[in-house]
Design a protein around this ligand. Sequence first.
Ligand code: HEC
Length: 221
Amino acid sequence: MSARAFVSGLSLASLLVSAVACGPSAPPPSATPATWGGEVTPIVSVKELMRDVIDPLSDNIFLAVGIDVSKSGVKEWAPTSDEDWAKVRSGAVAMMEVSHLLKVPRLLAPKGDINNSTGPDAPELSPTAIRAKIEKDPVLWQAKIEALRNVGREVWDIVERKDTPALTDAIEHLDEACETCHLEFWYPGQMERSRKLRELDRQAREQAATSGTAPAGASRP
Ligand code: HEC
């Protein structure tokens, strides 16, 4: 009997046993424990996880493809060697796995750091305000985490295929995954401001259209 057949024979047997043993109130049988060593505990804040792991490793993806236009000409680059692709892959692995560390409740910023959150029009929420938002809507927080993880999977797959054109799209998806979480939880004021600017822009265009003049310095978001 092959090892595989033996294992599936075993799990069939244990399935039958548990089917018999399970009363209506018994928990569903689970082969894998929630962790391999007790609770998962955090050490650093979300801010430090961003600064020291997610941000630098996302650059392995963000900077993998690019174009630089300067006086000395146009320089384009994309991964070519196995080493280049390995770097992109390490970015993908970080996005897939480190993203889930954002599910572990932890400080938002180091103790005593209140972000750029004071004064009128403060650009950032305070760590306390961010925590309140997460606790009010953990499903949204989770969705943003899964979105980041999914882009990690997308990039991982691209590395397998060494598909450079797809990498360019994935970089856009990554940018979106970072930004939509930041706009929701870190600097939501910017979303409000850009909405207001768009509205002003629209009004200016309308006025210009009705009066036949050019839009009067409408600002763009
Ligand atoms: C699930 C939500 C979420 C996702 C996804 C996310 N971030 Fe963040 N990020 C945050 C929050 C919240 C903060 C603000 C923490 C604070 O300052 O209290 C932050 C802060 C940061 C900071 C500031 C760190 C500092 O030292 O001030 C950087 C840089 C950053 N994120 C980069 C990224 C990049 C790059 C990505 C995508 C690859 C990303 N983040 C994805 C939630 C997220």
